[in-house]
Design a protein around this ligand. Structure first.
Ligand code: ZN
Length: 136
């Protein structure tokens, strides 16, 4: 059955067979799992991260960006906003291709981002300091 809302459940481990209508949230594994809100029982995994999904908790749960199940037969597409499912038009094959292209682009940009370089030089500085204190 198509659900209008998901009940958030903070948990350490995500069960192998999640219940319908529950959004399992594991901070330990930095991911959320729910069964597709259309009722097709496809398991939808939404890892958290700057290039993946952002979870907002204010007593209710909001997940951004939208959940597009373009890889599933149902092609359902929706926002999870304040525990509620806001339905969007079904994903077309073209939109699915565009979304995965955008994902790839986002990951490529992240890999080349300046903060990666900055943290490398930070690590070098730390290493130098450690070496110095070991010698002294
Ligand atoms: Zn579905």
């Amino acid at each position: 059955m198509r659900s209008g809302a998901l009940a958030p459940l903070f948990t350490e481990y995500i069960p192998a067979e999640p219940d319908e209508g529950v959004l399992y949230i594991s901070m330990q594994f930095e991911t959320a799992v729910h069964l597709c809100a259309c009722g097709c029982k496809a398991k939808v995994v939404t890892p958290f991260g700057p290039d993946d999904w952002i979870l907002t908790f204010d007593g209710t749960v909001t997940l951004r960006p939208s959940v597009g199940n373009g890889q599933q037969r149902c092609r359902s597409h929706y926002h999870i906003r304040r525990n509620n499912i806001d339905w969007l038009p079904k994903m077309s094959a073209a939109a699915t291709a565009a979304a995965s292209a955008r994902d790839r682009a986002a990951h490529t940009v992240a890999a080349a981002a300046p903060h990666a370089v900055a943290s490398a030089s930070w690590a070098r500085r730390l290493w130098r300091r450690l070496r110095r204190s070991a010698e002294g």
